[in-house]
Design a protein around this ligand. Structure first.
Ligand SMILES: *[C@@H]1O[C@H](CO)[C@@H](O)[C@H](O)[C@H]1NC(C)=O
Ligand SMILES: *[C@@H]1O[C@H](CO)[C@@H](O)[C@H](O)[C@H]1NC(C)=O
Ligand SMILES: *[C@@H]1O[C@H](CO)[C@@H](O)[C@H](O)[C@H]1NC(C)=O
Ligand SMILES: *[C@@H]1O[C@H](CO)[C@@H](O)[C@H](O)[C@H]1NC(C)=O
Ligand SMILES: *[C@@H]1O[C@H](CO)[C@@H](O)[C@H](O)[C@H]1NC(C)=O
Ligand SMILES: *[C@@H]1O[C@H](CO)[C@@H](O)[C@H](O)[C@H]1NC(C)=O
Ligand SMILES: *[C@@H]1O[C@H](CO)[C@@H](O)[C@H](O)[C@H]1NC(C)=O
Ligand SMILES: *[C@@H]1O[C@H](CO)[C@@H](O)[C@H](O)[C@H]1NC(C)=O
Ligand SMILES: *[C@@H]1O[C@H](CO)[C@@H](O)[C@H](O)[C@H]1NC(C)=O
Length: 484
């Protein structure tokens, strides 16, 4: 489909939607909603995004909208309540599940994980005894649950990611090379999922970990000493939930989190239902994702190309991403989850102490390149106003799901939030001028290359920051809740 025709169609669609929109926006936010609409429409028209946004001010949903296409092939527009894979946002729910077990006395988050696993589940001959690479003489170094949830356990990443960033410099001479998931190509299939589905929907967290063989690998560093973003931490947490409750992670989430929290549009992987390759089934699952790339064209304008539609929806996410990334949701439910977490934790069986622990930033070990810190399953940015912002970006092939949630410290039920989900996951080359081009829409036709929109984070996270930062500005979300 030519982009040009697409733009024309989009403009017609927006003209119609704008009328409908006015009715649902609180009158006192009409001006902001209009500015946000212009900003997002411009991005969508230039084919820089497709997705859904939602904005909350002082606890009230003040604006939401879908942009671009759910399916280009079928010419279906995206709507604000479409359901997306939310990738790593799953980790927040997993962390909550561990704290629920802590509150029930089934474990203590300060305990070493060793006491809660069956070595046979991972093909180990004896008790799990992880040693730090290069410091084997120290003997077994046992991470705690808290260290898993804080990404400080030292467990090796399973894919070609070095603590959250792709590491292209790894070679077979690096000691960790044999432990990488890619080395298991032939069984697993390539990362696009084209030949995935290796466990046919019946995998448990233990199957995943056994398959990855990471429980046999050395640790990258002593538990608690460094930060390393790595899915394995949460897969192991998910395994313990399954083992202690004798439930599948899916059933556990449904019974103890999704039902009590009334998250009716949130799912753990549901086994391919409704995932026709080009299908759109609102309220079931899901929309096609696209990977995209930008190149700066000769005229200085960013040229945008859809590289491919992601075929992975046919693959089993519970087996691949598991408790680290296999959930689906829409913008409204993710917002509902954060609101409930901050204001009614008793509904999901958590005390105020657990909420405080889960959102306690690990300031001792900063996340490289961010002014925010990992807490437990969620990232926390302390604000100069002494408040804090919770945030997360989930990225899974073809999709991004980003939330920023400013906690109103005088009254959490009056918190602000901006959410942006996208079914375009831009592949943004890391070079400074290469492709991090974002149209500046306030002045309609200007194109600018904004360095601030181009962090060193590949995979599209900079796009989510760009969008949410602008929307926060438009809606005057400052994070300043001081009453003085
Ligand atoms: C934060 O909550 C307080 C107490 O309810 C409220 O007065 C104030 O307006 C809220 N702040 C913002 C920026 O919404
Ligand atoms: C959990 O363990 C910590 C450290 O050993 C201890 O201080 C705390 O009291 C324990 N909590 C519970 C609920 O047992
Ligand atoms: C990538 O791996 C190499 C070799 O192990 C290491 O020296 C380098 O620090 C890693 N880069 C990043 C960004 O982690
Ligand atoms: C994995 O498979 C791809 C092709 O599908 C190949 O290019 C790559 O070298 C393989 N990686 C490893 C570590 O075997
Ligand atoms: C675990 O659940 C399965 C099936 O739900 C049941 O057959 C089994 O007895 C349970 N085991 C324990 C220890 O509760
Ligand atoms: C649960 O949420 C749905 C909307 O997703 C709403 O219609 C329903 O009233 C809620 N039920 C309860 C018990 O809060
Ligand atoms: C927050 O707002 C108050 C007035 O409401 C102001 O006095 C204070 O300087 C602001 N703080 C910051 C960090 O902007
Ligand atoms: C838009 O144009 C005005 C006036 O020329 C300028 O001050 C402003 O910086 C421009 N905004 C952007 C985002 O380019
Ligand atoms: C933005 O919000 C702050 C409080 O956070 C308030 O003092 C200021 O007047 C607001 N600005 C506008 C333009 O509404």
């Amino acid at each position: 489909m030519g982009n040009h025709a697409g733009v024309v169609r989009l403009m017609v669609a927006y003209a119609l939607l704008e009328i409908a929109l006015t009715a649902s926006v609180p009158a006192n936010y009409a001006k902001e909603a209009n500015a946000a609409l212009q900003f997002m429409t411009g991005l969508a028209e230039s084919r820089l995004i497709g997705g859904a946004v939602a904005v909350q001010k002082a606890g009230q949903l003040v604006w939401s909208k879908g942009f671009g296409y759910a399916s280009e092939e079928l010419d279906v527009p995206l709507e604000d309540d479409h359901i997306y894979p939310i990738g790593s946002n799953t980790k927040f729910y997993t962390a909550v599940a561990i704290y629920q077990l802590h509150e029930k006395g089934l474990l203590n988050v300060s305990d070493a994980v060793n006491g809660y696993i069956d070595p046979a589940d991972f093909g180990l001959d004896g008790p799990w005894c992880p040693k730090v690479h290069g410091q084997e003489e120290l003997g077994c170094q046992e991470p705690t649950f808290k260290q898993l949830l804080q990404m400080s356990s030292g467990i090796l990443p399973s894919d070609n990611m070095a603590c959250g960033y792709p590491n292209t410099s790894w070679t077979p001479s690096d000691w960790l090379w044999p432990y990488r998931m890619n080395a298991l190509n032939t069984t697993y299939g390539d990362a696009s999922g084209a030949t995935g589905n290796w466990l046919d929907g019946t995998a448990s967290a233990a199957d995943l970990l056994r398959f990855q063989e990471l429980m046999k690998a050395p640790l990258l560093f002593a538990p608690g000493s460094q930060y390393c973003y790595c899915n394995t931490n949460f897969n192991l947490a998910g395994y313990v939930v399954e083992r202690l409750t004798n439930m599948t992670f899916t059933n556990y989430l449904n019974e103890f989190i999704l039902k009590p929290a009334n998250l009716t549009n949130t799912y753990y992987w549901i086994g391919g239902q409704g995932m026709e390759p080009l299908g759109i089934r609102k309220h079931v699952v899901s929309i096609p994702g696209y990977t995209t790339t930008f190149k700066q064209g000769a005229s200085g304008a960013p040229a945008f190309t859809v590289v491919n539609r992601i075929p992975w929806l046919e693959m089993d996410l519970s087996a691949f991403a598991g408790a680290a990334g296999a959930m689906f949701s829409d913008t409204f439910d993710l917002l509902k989850w954060y609101n409930l977490f901050m204001t009614q934790p008793e509904v999901i069986g958590l005390s105020k102490e657990s909420i405080a622990a889960l959102t306690q930033p690990l300031e001792r070990i900063p996340i490289p390149g961010l002014s925010a810190f990992f807490a437990q399953g969620v990232v926390v940015e302390p604000l100069s106003s002494k408040g804090k912002k919770l945030l997360y970006t989930g990225g899974i092939w073809g999709f991004l799901a980003h939330i920023e949630y400013w906690v109103n410290s005088s009254d959490p039920s009056k918190s602000d939030a901006v959410i942006f989900f996208s079914n375009l996951n831009p592949i943004i080359p890391a070079d400074s001028n290469g492709a991090c081009a974002v149209q500046s829409l306030q002045n309609s036709s200007t194109i600018s290359l904004e360095a601030s929109a181009c962090t060193d984070s590949p995979g599209g996270a900079d796009m989510t920051n760009y969008v949410t930062t602008h929307l926060a500005q438009i809606f005057n979300i400052t994070g300043n809740y001081s009453s003085s």
